[in-house]
Structures are given as structure tokens and as C-alpha cells.
Design a protein around this ligand. Structure first.
Ligand SMILES: C[S@@+](CC[C@H](N)C(=O)[O-])C[C@H]1O[C@@H](n2cnc3c(N)ncnc32)[C@H](O)[C@@H]1O
Length: 257
């Protein structure tokens, strides 16, 4: 005998207990519905990005965040961390206008974009930070970070790695974000989230958490929007001369223990 739910058919003999059976079939149905929604959502933004010539679906997340929270102004100087393939760079460049300046950093190369310099490097390494400071020359109005670790599929590992990357983005703020500057940053939600928020509240007047419509409905990612950088945690611009590709920055850990 087979129990059907939509197109899923499960052999009853393989099922341990009638109660478990009902719950399992309902769970499969819910899972399939979520997957369907997810695919529709993915396809919608994928097609829109293609049509509008954006390099990634992620562009729409930044547009929606900016429309709601007024992040960019004409002439702003912006650092984009985890910028490949360049969707956020396109949006940031459009929104800060001709007078603005945007620079991108990523482990992966980014297809050249007129007027937008990029750095290939790991922002957790001194050498990359040093190159960023050298090329950027001055303070930033906005730091944006869409950095994501390679997904292991293990929820708490991915969350911990995401938090780690966030703290490196916070470190970039401590070095070059100007007083009253803004930060937009992706984080995978999990049990260290509140500690991250506390680190941000020490540094910014206003900290908000938002999930834009363009984020996948089942994603654990959320975006933190922080405004009014207090600049009290500012650290010097000095990076040791002997900085090498393998050397990690040392001053980025929050109190996560
Ligand atoms: C979701 S993608 C960014 C998409 C981008 N915002 C866009 O709109 O095209 C995340 C990026 O973070 C980058 N990344 C992860 N860890 C990094 C690190 N330590 N330093 C620099 N980039 C990193 C990855 O290489 C990846 O390209």
C-alpha cells in the first residue's frame, strides 16, 4: 500500500508508526512546498538580474536595503567586502554617482568594472588589509559586506565562520570608517548572533536587523544595518611592514567565549 501526498508516494510498510507516518508525510509536503517557493523566488530574481544586466541576484538585496534604510548618498566613498562577482559593486557605484568612489575586495577575481578598482585577497590577512588601506587612501562613508564562508552544510560551523567574517568586517570599520559612517553586513543567524549585535551596539548609534525580499525565503542569512559609527573603537592604520599573505590580523575577535 502506498500513502500519497501530492507527487510523493511513500511505501507504508517502510514506516514505523502511523503517527510518525502522518507527520513525515506532512513534513515532506511542507518541504516540497518550501522548495517550490524557493525555486520560484530564485528564478524571479535570476531573470530580473539577467534582464537588468546585474552580475548577481544579490544586487536586489542591496537595492532593497538602500531603498528602505537610505544607505548611500551622492559622493560617498564605499568599501565592498566579498564583492565577487560584482552585483553589489554595480549598485553601490550607481547610487553614489560620478563623484563617489567604490572599491571591492574578494578572494576571487572580479571582472573589471569601469571606475571601480578591486583587490583579490583575503580580508582576514594583514597583506590584504594593507593593500586596501593603501588603495583607498582615507576614510569610508559606508562599508558593505556580503561575505559568506564556503558552505559546509553544518549549520553551527557555517554560522561560526560567518560571525568570524563579520568581525573582520567590523575590524575594517575600526580602521577606516568615518565617524557617523554606516555598515551593511550579511550574517548567518545562530547562537552567537546576539554577541555580534552587542559588538555593533558598542560602535554604532543605531543597529537594525533586516531580511530583504530578495533573500531566499528559507535562508538563514539576515542583514545588519548599522548607522552612526561612534569611532570610539578606532585603531591605528599601521599594519606591520612584514605583513605576509599568510599572516592573520590579530585584533578582530569579539568576546564570543
Ligand atoms: C555571496 S558572495 C558576494 C556576492 C556579491 N555581493 C555580489 O553581489 O556579487 C560572497 C563572497 O564573499 C567572498 N569571501 C568570503 N570570505 C572572504 C574573505 N575572507 N575575504 C574576502 N572575500 C571573501 C567569497 O569569495 C564570495 O565571493
Amino acid at each position: 500500500m502506498l500513502v500519497g501526498h501530492g507527487t510523493v508516494r511513500v511505501p507504508l510498510a517502510a514506516m514505523p508508526h502511523p503517527c510518525v507516518t502522518v507527520i513525515s508525510v506532512m513534513a515532506i509536503g511542507k518541504h516540497m512546498h518550501e522548495r517550490w517557493l524557493e525555486e520560484r523566488h530564485h528564478e524571479y530574481y535570476y531573470k530580473l538580474a539577467k534582464k537588468m544586466d546585474y552580475r548577481s541576484r544579490a544586487s536586489f538585496k542591496l537595492m532593497q536595503i538602500d531603498d528602505r534604510f537610505n544607505i548611500f548618498r551622492d559622493g560617498d566613498r564605499v568599501v565592498d567586502l566579498g564583492a565577487a562577482p560584482g552585483g553589489w559593486l554595480q549598485v553601490a557605484k550607481e547610487r553614489v554617482g560620478e563623484e563617489g568612489f567604490v572599491i571591492g575586495v574578494d578572494l576571487r577575481p572580479i571582472q573589471p568594472m569601469p571606475g571601480v578598482p578591486t583587490i583579490i585577497g583575503d580580508i582576514t590577512e594583514d597583506a590584504t588589509m594593507k593593500r586596501l588601506l593603501d588603495m583607498f587612501q582615507g576614510e569610508a562613508d559606508v562599508i558593505i559586506s556580503d561575505m559568506a564562508p564556503n558552505i559546509s552544510g553544518h549549520y553551527s560551523t557555517d554560522h561560526a565562520r560567518s560571525i568570524d567574517l563579520c568581525m573582520y568586517a567590523v575590524n575594517v570599520c575600526d580602521r577606516i570608517l568615518k565617524k557617523n559612517g554606516k555598515l551593511v553586513m550579511k550574517v548567518f543567524y545562530g547562537d552567537m548572533f546576539n554577541t555580534l549585535i552587542k559588538e555593533l551596539e558598542r560602535r554604532f548609534r543605531v543597529v537594525k536587523v533586516h531580511s530583504p525580499d530578495a533573500s531566499r525565503p528559507t535562508s538563514s542569512e539576515v542583514y545588519v544595518i548599522a548607522k552612526g559609527f561612534l569611532a570610539e573603537t578606532r585603531v591605528g592604520l599601521d599594519i606591520p611592514e612584514e605583513a605576509t599573505e599568510n599572516k592573520k590580523q590579530f585584533s578582530v575577535k569579539g568576546n564570543f567565549s
